[in-house]
Design a protein around this ligand. Structure first.
Ligand code: DAH
Length: 339
């Protein structure tokens, strides 16, 4: 019995294993309930009494050393498994990609900031509107083509629930709830029933401006627009106002700026005229003031409206309007440093 114990002890001492499964197989072989060591413990009953002390001690030592060996084998296979992992812990971490602001947001924020420096506050209104705020209060006659399904998205076949086609609707929301003086800038998204192409989209962004007070004149409008053009496109920018027509302003005008690509020399972008159109404006029609409950004999005001995509194109020469809504990161990442 003593020699068997010693042989087994030597055998276990020399065991090797390279996987966890092998270690487990050895543990079962030697240390489980029916394993070799357990069998020796069973045979212990037949050991003559005078040897029991010595054999018992040897058996306990054998069991203990077998247990230690299994622990050691297990630890060795676990740590060698760690070494086969090819992760290089000394490498620097992956760079974290920072998001970029969308070009439309950059330009909208810039427009808002320019006007906020001369006392305009921001006002916003709903995108889902009714006929009165988008057309009726703004002096659109009932048969005006903008009220047609061709141009405007109507919701739920109800002609009085529609997507606003311009941010001028925010003008009437403000005027019918606030008494002058009013000086607001209204940025927002607008919708038109247009076929999508490189130069038109069914949604885009506008910024509306409105100033109502006593004695507001066309000269005030002109000076605020000149200030805006210089702030937006540079100190040397010139403006010109051309007579135009909008139902909600009288007189009305469209404003051009000297082409910021060729400096007014004439290029393909400005169709060799030296000028590019950037906004519509005018003196608020007295009918609009009255429709909103403002006394047109006491107050007058100006309004203007511009397309954010148009200004963005001028600043960054984006040739295809669709780029703004496609979320292509190769396009968007180019604006990383722009704000
Ligand atoms: N609402 C006009 C449009 O969508 C833009 C506009 C023109 C706004 C003249 C104004 C304005 O406030 O006075 O085309």
């Amino acid at each position: 019995m003593i020699t068997t114990i010693q042989q087994l002890k030597a055998e276990i001492e020399n065991l090797t294993a390279s996987t966890n499964e092998q270690v487990e197989a050895l543990r079962i072989k030697y240390l489980s309930k029916k394993g070799e060591i357990a069998q020796l413990f069973n045979a212990f009953r037949d050991v003559p009494n005078d040897q029991k002390r010595e054999v018992g001690q040897l058996l306990n030592e054998l069991k203990e050393s077998a247990q230690n060996k299994m622990e050691a084998l297990k630890a060795a296979t676990n740590s060698s498994a760690g070494q086969t992992d090819t992760t290089d812990l000394s490498r620097t971490g992956d760079p974290v990609l920072l998001g970029t602001r969308h070009p439309i947001s950059i330009v909208r924020n810039k427009i808002v900031s320019i006007f906020s420096h001369v006392g305009f506050t921001i006002a916003e209104g709903p995108e889902i509107e009714d006929d009165w705020h988008v057309f009726g209060s703004l002096n659109f006659p009932p048969e005006h083509p903008a009220r047609d399904m061709q141009d405007t998205f109507f919701i739920e076949k109800n002609p009085d629930v529609l997507l606003r086609t311009h941010t001028s609707s925010v003008q009437t929301r403000i005027m019918s709830t606030t008494q002058p003086p009013i000086r607001v800038i209204c940025p927002g998204r607008v919708y038109r029933n247009e076929a999508i192409s490189y130069r038109a989209h069914c949604f885009f962004h506008q910024v509306e401006g409105l100033y109502i007070d006593k004695n507001v004149s066309f000269a005030d409008l002109k000076q605020v627009l000149l200030y805006f053009a210089k702030e937006m496109f540079g100190e040397n920018t010139k403006i010109r106002l051309r007579p135009s027509y909008f139902p909600f302003t009288e007189p009305s005008a469209e404003m051009d700026i000297s082409c910021n690509l060729c400096g007014g020399e004439g290029c393909a972008f400005c169709k060799h005229t030296g000028w590019v159109e950037i906004l519509g404006c005018g003196m608020v029609d007295p009918n609009v003031l009255e429709a909103c409950g403002i006394d047109s004999k006491v107050y007058s005001g100006y309004a203007f409206g511009m397309g954010v995509e148009r200004i963005t194109n001028l600043k960054y020469q984006v040739k295809d309007l669709r780029m703004f809504s496609e979320n292509d990161v190769r396009f968007l990442q180019q604006f990383e440093a722009a704000f």
